[in-house]
Design a protein around this ligand. Sequence first.
Ligand code: NAD
Ligand code: UDP
Length: 319
Amino acid sequence: MRILITGVAGFLGSHLSDKLIADGHDVVGLDNFVTGNQNNIAHLMGNERFSFYSHDVSNYIFVPGKIDAVMHFASPASPNPESPSGYFNLPIQTMKAGALGTHNALGVAKANNAKFLLASTSEIYGDPAVHPQPETYAGNVDPVGTRAVYDEAKRFAESLTMAYHRYHGVDTRIVRIFNTYGPRMDLEDGRALPNFLKQALLGQQLTVYGEGKQTRSFCYVDDLVDGIVRLLHSDEHLPVNIGNPIEMTILEFAEAINRVTDNKAGVTFKPGQRSERDPQRRQPDITRARNILGWDPQVTLDDGLRRTIPYFKEKLGIA
Ligand code: NAD
Ligand code: UDP
């Protein structure tokens, strides 16, 4: 297949490209580098299976030649209000990437009679009142809250995707991605893993928000990409959760990182929530992914952290 990936210079888009090219596909990448990094795709430049266009997906997308699948990953993704690349500080771009960008990407799929896959998110469940979260749970999101620029853009993107499927017959997929980590994450984007791993490798205290009792479930990037590629090749049109179901508190996560990096500095608590409506519990119900895709994550947290550490050390200039 010749596959268009928007947001190709990001953390997930670049890993997805590597996997699809290794599987024998051609990748056409789009990115405007608002949160991504040219270094993430530098190794693909010159590869005859890869081509790249610098473009903002909120504007009309033109790609020469036939496209067989469109995978729409372009969007700011970090929820940290202290980070310039977080969506709190890119509110209009985030809404435009989710709304106008999804519309344009769906338009490319329709014009090419191509498959379409939307990168949605666990954030569409908001601060969930149902636990763990199955795809049938409709969520708990405040449309005028400060997080809404991301949550509601993704919810709109899902609705638009289903409208193109139901009305235009486009062959669509929706993946709801839960917290994922690995090499090529932006060390400065303020998410828990980059903050904690950077702090641990520098021998600093890890900054835990609140009492660290909020929970997440962290998936290694190779597992996630495997699940997404399986979904692309499936016939499933309704949303599928992809994430690691092993839930832990953020304090436990911080302690695991200190253990694996042998950091003796411990943690420091920052009082209060990082931002309003920070989800207090999050764990994917992956029954659908197991049944429909035959998918289950394979990489343990310790193993995933060990695979991620060399990238962080290189970026930090640590031997
Ligand atoms: P990222 O910031 O590393 O990658 C996003 C990429 O999209 C960046 O390269 C950025 O420059 C690009 N982009 C943003 N707006 C654009 C626009 N208007 N035009 C062109 N390019 C644009 O983030 P990521 O973690 O790789 O996330 C990728 C996708 O996966 C996002 O849609 C995000 O919502 C979704 N997602 C990620 C996670 C996660 O844990 N990483 C969880 C849930 C959902
Ligand atoms: N968090 C933290 N310290 C940090 C960064 C994040 O305690 O330095 C917490 C944050 O408040 C949230 C959780 O870790 O409860 C996960 O945050 P992340 O940014 O990774 O993603 P989210 O799951 O909120 O989208």
